[in-house]
Design a protein around this ligand. Structure first.
Ligand code: GLN
Length: 293
């Protein structure tokens, strides 16, 4: 690794970009900017306006350390211990999957549907269940945007629940969100208006195709069995016991899984309509199934 002597912002960025490029990190310039901007607590744009400015010794040391870690392909979110999701700043660490931008679509759909239904039916208390809360990204984003919602989240991972709890506290939605440790429906005894999940859906033979960064994320949050559909099968087969009549089951799904998941839903004969939505890359990403009234 080439040593950096200068402590000027512009030169640090060039050095960092170069180092990350050598390690084949995608978007090396953006990543170097992200790391330095967080260390200096500056907006990315300000890095360019202040590129002649010298940084303090401790910031230089920190940047060097972050670049070394990022070269090992540790995700920036794990190095920085934060990420942005649905406009919210969230704490993350290796105990939970890093929330992906695609998952914001799932949140968006639910918020739009709940918002619309509320005015149509005058309903107030809406009960939402999320299976596999992970970092808590979805429950926090829903709670922040749906005042009337009582949200329950489950997860088998104690580490993930600790992270989710931290995010719930950070965004002051403790009164809206209840977390339960357990698998899937975790022996719940109630029914919900909405059941939401972004379950692990990566199939066995796709693991080798993932970016090295994903290798640092919990496998339990990614691996969906041989064909990636294990969790959809389990959730769909139990949905009737937990979904209100006229309720909605909403999933994030993986590339190429829509047709099979639709078949699983149809076979259940619980749903009156099934809708599939694409993400910004044109990939079928969300599936919404409404149960019979
Ligand atoms: N979108 C993730 C990935 O492939 C997978 C998330 C999941 O399994 N739910 O990087």
């Amino acid at each position: 690794m080439r040593i950096i002597n200068s402590s000027r912002i512009g030169e640090l960025l060039d050095w960092g970009t170069d180092q990350l490029k050598q390690a084949k990190v995608p978007e090396p310039a953006l990543e170097a900017q992200l790391l330095l901007s967080q260390i200096l607590r500056l907006k990315k744009l300000d890095l360019f306006l202040k590129k002649e400015k010298e940084v303090a010794k401790k910031d230089l040391t920190c940047f060097r350390k972050y670049i070394v870690l990022r070269r090992q392909r540790i995700p920036a979110s794990y190095i920085l211990k934060n990420t942005q999701f649905y406009g919210l700043d969230l704490f993350v660490d290796k105990g939970a999957l890093i929330p992906r931008p695609e998952t914001e679509l799932l949140v968006e759909e639910i918020i739009n549907i709940v918002g619309g239904r509320r005015t149509a039916e005058g309903r107030k208390n809406i009960k939402i269940l999320e299976i596999g809360v992970g970092s808590g990204a979805i429950v926090v984003a829903l709670a922040k945007n749906l005042n009337q919602a009582a949200i329950t989240g489950t997860d088998t991972s104690a580490k993930a629940l600790r992270i989710a709890r931290k995010n719930i506290k950070k965004h002051k939605v403790e009164t809206h969100v209840k977390l339960i440790r357990g698998s899937l429906f975790a022996k719940l005894k109630e029914k919900f208006d909405y059941i939401v999940s972004n379950p692990p859906y990566v199939k066995a033979k796709d693991f080798s195709l993932l970016q090295p960064e994903v290798g640092y994320e919990p496998k339990a949050a990614l691996y969906g069995g041989k064909d990636g559909l294990d969790f959809y099968r389990k959730i769909i087969s139990q949905a009737r016991y937990y979904l209100q009549p006229g309720g909605l089951l909403a999933f994030e799904i993986g590339y190429g899984q829509a047709r099979k998941i639709r078949q699983l839903l149809e076979k259940e004969q619980l749903f009156s309509s099934i809708e599939i939505k694409k993400d910004y890359s044109g990939i079928e990403r969300i599936i919404l199934a409404k149960s019979h009234e």
